[in-house]
Design a protein around this ligand. Sequence first.
Ligand code: GDP
Length: 602
Amino acid sequence: MPKNKKAEKRLSNVPQEENKGEKVVIYKPNMTVLNLAEAISKPVGQVIKKLISNNIMASQSQVIDRETVELICLEYDYELKDEVITDKARFDEFKIEDDPSSLVKRPPVVTIMGHVDHGKTTLLDTIRNSRVALGEAGGITQHIGAYQINHNGYDITFIDTPGHAAFTEMRARGASITDIVVLVVAADDGVMPQTKEAIEHAKAAKCPIIVAVNKIDKPQANPDHVMEELSHYNLIPEAWGGDTIYCYISALKGKGVKDLLESIELQADILELKANPNRLAMGTVIEAGLDRNKGPYATLLIQNGTLKVGDSLVCGDTYAKVRTMEDDRHVRYQEAKPSQALMVTGLESVPKAGDKFMVFNTEQEAKAIAEERRIIHKNREIEENKPKNINDLFNQVDGKNKELNIIIKADAQGSAEALKNSLSKIEVPDVNLHIIRCNVGTITEDDINLAAGSNALIIGFNVRPMPNVKQSAASKKVQIRLYRIIYDVTNDIEAALKGLLDPVYEEVVTGYLEVRELFKISKVGTVAGCYVTDGYISNTALVRLLREGIVIYEGKLATLRRFKDDVKEVKQGYECGVRIEGYNDLKVGDVIEASISQEVKQ
Ligand code: GDP
């Protein structure tokens, strides 16, 4: 580090000169050498050399830390400033940035998944009722979408909607609220289709899985068989040298449930889940609805900060001044800490499950932001109704690499595997293909949910979705591509991957002009006095000169003027002076077709 320069800067109490404003670099996390070179308008090679001379070896795509960015900025006399994140931007991006010293341990949020009838609801009920056994208040409970228990002084929040429909629905809306997935598998039934789906969902969400082998009270129970089956999905028990926690339970009889809770605590400790309770709350809507007496209500999961009665918050595009907060046992709270989920009243209208919420300092601010979001939302709806193209499906992994998630559904195991192999052979620099599901059968609602949650493309090979699934795909903006030949799939995907790196342009005709007069100007050439009969012409247009329908010349515009002024664009019904680059042989009565080159969405 050129300490002297840095020190000089610190010592100088002279305020920044105004004209320095133009030599400012805004620091953003994950800045690469290339980003920095672009920010200071220097060739990337030069920046790399500068880094080397400071004993820092970095390639252009490498992410460099703030100190290194500052070093280069100082060398080139740039000032480095941090990105100012307004509350509004923070909410839009849901950024949770806290000083590590302000973070304290928070309870885990757990979702229970598994095949139908394997005992998810029974387990959720048993755990909820165990509160009474654990010495907590009993009484009549209400379904609010989540509940919290305290086991040995350790809080755990359970999302009280079993199955992965809710989980994926949330993920599809960009909300990942689950820290740990408990996968319930009936010991007398083993791995079933929804077990597999649940594993895929949990893995796609990068959630650790604890396996609860259920119904061990049944005489036909065969837990070893379940373990054996699950080990094919990389859920290898600790006893076999893996790192997946397995618990053997009878949800019905309450056997092994304590061990399961302890395993959740263990897994949560490994995850080191933390939040900052000393800030305004933010989190996600778990459920919402309208009650005749209470008005609009929502169960809010607090993911950071503390939510208090009287707080003003924005939630999706509605707003609330928190009137009451209560849990599933009707217990009222004045404040709620991270990982607590409470039913909140005081909302202006009903938000959607998966909407994010954030508290603002004043009611006025919250109201204004909610209103702004409503308008943006309305405008965006029109835009969003357009189907996604492949380019929208690339997930930015880091500064350089992109990832395309793919779901393969095929008519037979052989073709599914063949497709998977062929696709995995495609190599395009900086783009990785990630096959998150590959199986046999038609495209189902669950595939659509997984695709929506993971921003994935669905490839159907010799299968067709049912009309209702098609409809659901359209409403969730999921793209399905149907094929009959493997070669077509690989060709298409490869082309799409390459297209991403190398956009394709097409010519779009913008208008027509009629040549009405000619002016020959020495040293300049022929200027055509034209009238725009249709559309418009821009000064960057490509032009095609037509004489009686035949193309005489194709080229670029040299000048586009109205009277004596250069103009950017001339619309239908106006006159203009046009000169074509490298061509002077125009005639009165010629037609000029103007077009622009436009990137093709693939
Ligand atoms: P879900 O569809 O996964 O929510 O499954 P449920 O919780 O509704 O359970 C399905 C059936 O399995 C019900 O009849 C339960 O009583 C039964 N069941 C659940 N857990 C156990 C268990 O541990 N042992 C036995 N014998 N039956 C169970």
